[in-house]
Design a protein around this ligand. Structure first.
Ligand code: F6P
Length: 369
């Protein structure tokens, strides 16, 4: 039987759904029947802490090998699909960072570790690195994950559905206290420049107003909608605002200056801004809540466990077919694969024309056209 060594890593922000994907890569690659059918004997090496692991896992220094790699087997991963986060750890390390290019080290370690294939589970940054490695001759397969659901080439990214459940549960919780005190709550979600979390989280939780980065809001209009709600008897109202949303003519709010090694700024503060503006102009008592990393935490919901399983199995199918340089994807209800370089394209964001109601600042109220 031919031998094949797979390296697997998770990079970028963690989320629920990573561990199910790792588990199913391991289980399907090491499945005895499949190995016999395929005539290939796999072994799998987990790389810790994302691309950082590949930069540091130099087999000639045993300590770093121990710190940054872990051999994976079916027994070890048996229960992993029940857990959130990533058992392999993650980082936002960019080996191709122009200010500190360590791509040659990563390439040399891939060779020294004897990896025939690297499976990378990540979002635009991690899979962007995977794409560059593929252009540099490495056999790579990508699995899409990010609570932002903004990756081009796929309709689903692991972690999104669990994050929506968190938003829905937290808004449910807020409703009781908001109602008791007759308060407005501005709930800030993550999502960077994509409004999916706010839009679908707002729709799932029945928010009165939803603000997304794809459509700049007018502060006057937000206030008008709230006063209108009040007039028609609303005791309290919930606004769900994406961290990347901004007022017409304004700027995105950032919680800290500076950028990470992929050039991203840290967004945050729109909830607080809205609460202050609303209270000042309408005199309605308003509070803000930032859901922040809670959206990435907790156990994966059933959908993320299932999608992690399908993506993991499909990734091994690609490896078995030696169909490299691809990302597994969910498109029009089917698991498929697309060239990895799609992730270098424009982010997948909300289509305001068909998915957002610019009069009510909410999800659409008509579906069939
Ligand atoms: O991309 C995922 C994400 O959770 C974004 O929604 C958010 O802006 C960012 O990561 C937060 O990054 P960090 O984990 O570095 O705080």
């Amino acid at each position: 039987m031919r031998k094949c060594r797979i390296g697997i890593l998770t990079g970028g922000g963690d989320c629920a759904g990573l561990n199910p994907a790792i588990k199913w890569v391991v289980k399907s690659a090491l499945d005895g029947r499949l190995q016999r059918d395929r005539g290939i004997e796999y072994d799998i090496l987990g790389i810790r802490d994302g691309w950082k692991g590949l930069v540091y896992a130099d087999p000639t220094t045993p300590d770093s090998l121990k710190e940054f790699t872990v051999p994976l087997n079916q027994d070890l991963v048996r229960t992993w699909d029940r857990y959130g986060g990533t058992m392999l750890g993650t980082s936002r390390t960019n080996p191709y960072d122009p200010k500190n290019d360590r791509s040659r080290i990563a390439l040399s370690n891939i060779e020294k570790l004897g990896l025939d294939v690297v499976i990378a589970i990540g979002g635009e940054d991690t899979l962007g690195v995977a794409c560059k490695l593929s252009q540099d001759g490495v056999n790579v397969v990508g699995i899409p994950k990010t609570i932002d659901k903004d990756l081009p080439g796929t309709d689903y990214t692991l972690g999104f559905e669990t994050a929506l459940n968190v938003i829905t549960e937290e808004v449910d919780r807020l409703r009781t206290t908001a109602g008791s005190h007759k308060r407005i709550f501005a709930v800030e979600t993550m999502g960077r420049d994509a409004g999916w979390l706010a839009l679908e989280g707002g729709e799932s939780s029945g928010a009165y107003i939803i603000l997304i980065p794809e459509y700049d809001f007018s502060m006057e209009k937000v206030n008008e909608l709230l006063l209108e709600g009040k007039k028609t008897g609303s005791r309290y109202d919930i606004i769900v605002a994406a961290e990347g949303a901004k007022p017409v003519g304004g700027m995105q709010t950032v919680s800290s200056n500076g950028v990470d090694s992929f050039g991203h700024k840290t967004l945050g503060g729109i909830g607080e801004f809205l609460a202050a503006e609303i209270q000042k102009s309408t005199k309605l008592e308003t509070r803000s809540v930032v859901l922040s990393h809670l959206q990435r935490g907790g156990a994966p919901c059933a959908y993320d466990r299932r999608m992690g399983r399908y993506f993991g199995i499909a990734a091994v199918d690609l490896v078995a077919k030696r169909d490299f340089g691809k990302m597994v994807s969910f498109k029009n209800g089917e698991i498929t694969a697309v060239p990895l370089n799609v992730v270098m394209g424009k982010l997948r964001t909300v289509d305001v024309k068909t998915q957002y109601d610019i009069e009510r600042y909410n999800g659409r109220r008509t579906i069939l056209r």
